[in-house]
Design a protein around this ligand. Structure first.
Ligand code: PHE
Length: 340
């Protein structure tokens, strides 16, 4: 029996050396030291033995058990260390990999065009003014010769906040605010956001306008034509053809709509989708400031005259960059807005 005990010990110790995972080691623990393991089974025969022999064998068994136990623990520790080393090797950060390029910010195409428009007018001596986007009915309509119930209010579908408060539908109220606060001569542009209840491929509920006006003694329609022609030639190129067409705005008289030759087909395309075959593109509204507007700011229309115009920045950006859906400007898809 003693011999068998030594056999079991040697067999166990050599098996333990051969295991390659902690799980395998634990399986050996069950096999040798478990309740139904090799040693327990061997000890079943102990009861039949002589008292002294039994004690001797008992002590011997404990030594063997301890030896196996220690061998198992040592092996498991070794294996665990090896596993840890392996894991650390895998998780190591490779500092030689090239880094990711940081994203270089760019101006939004609307900002770019807005700045370009502002530069042209400040180059002509115009200064820049701003007005509130949350506007009084008085400034947006009433003072601009658009009384309540005037059919011209239907031209612009308005977001009303209350009876007297609204989101401005155009930048023209800034004309009135600036004239009220100052005295002629004035040469001012007013860039900003405006709001209309409208949404399709060429309209968004919020868009950008630049208003401009020049007021003084002896300002004429010729001045209007000269300034706007210079502006459009600078923006679209010296060769662009410009056309003034009679139109109507309540706050200007006479009024005009200004067209440029189609920048897509060059004016000859009977099938052009952008100008719809007309060869011309409407680009801004303008006119001589209406006497009633001067009266509402306390200017004498007999001694003061002036012109005003308003243009949409998105429309200009669409034509300049050949974009056919205005909504792309406001979806903030970097693939789109980084192209310009
Ligand atoms: N406010 C007009 C619009 O939004 C444009 C305009 C401005 C026309 C100034 C004439 C003079 O359509």
């Amino acid at each position: 029996m003693k011999k068998r005990l030594i056999e079991i010990r040697d067999e166990a110790l050599s098996s333990i050396k051969g295991v390659s995972t902690p799980d395998e080691a634990n399986a050996l623990r069950v096999r040798y030291l478990g309740r139904k393991g090799e040693i327990s089974t061997l000890l079943k025969g102990l009861g039949a033995l002589d008292h002294n022999l039994r004690r001797e064998l008992g002590q011997e068994t404990n030594k063997v058990k301890t030896a196996i136990e220690e061998a198992l623990n040592t092996r498991i520790k070794e294996l665990q260390c090896a596993l840890d080393r392996e894991r650390l090797k895998k998780e190591r950060i490779d500092t030689t990999l090239p880094g990711r390029k940081p994203y270089r910010a760019k101006l939004h195409p609307i900002t770019t065009v807005m700045t370009e428009v502002e530069d042209i007018f400040t180059g002509l001596g115009f200064s820049i003014a701003e007005g509130p986007e949350l506007e009084l009915d008085y400034y947006n309509f009433e003072s601009l010769n658009i009384p309540k119930d005037h059919p011209a209010r239907d031209m612009q579908d308005t977001f009303y906040i209350s009876k007297d408060l609204l989101l401005r539908t155009h930048t023209s109220p800034v004309q009135v605010r600036v004239m009220e606060a100052g005295k002629p001569p004035l040469r001012v542009i007013a860039p900003g956001t405006v709001y209309r209840r409208d949404s399709d491929v060429t309209h968004t509920p919020m868009f950008h306008q630049v208003e401009g006006f020049m007021v003084g003694s002896g300002v004429t329609f010729s001045n209007l034509k000269a300034v706007l022609t210079h502006f459009l030639e600078t923006l679209f190129g010296e060769d662009v053809a410009v056309r003034f067409r009679p139109s109507f705005f309540p706050f200007t008289e006479p009024s005009a709509e200004v067209d440029i030759q189609c920048v897509i087909c060059g004016g000859g395309g009977s099938t052009c989708r952008v100008c719809k075959g007309t060869g011309w593109l409407e680009i801004l509204g303008a006119g001589m400031i209406h006497p009633n507007v001067f009266k509402s700011v306390g200017y004498d229309p007999e001694t003061v005259s002036g012109f005003a115009f308003g243009l949409g920045i998105e429309r200009i950006a669409m034509l300049k960059f050949g974009i056919d859906d205005i909504r792309l400007f406001f979806e903030n898809d970097l693939r789109f807005i980084t192209q310009f």
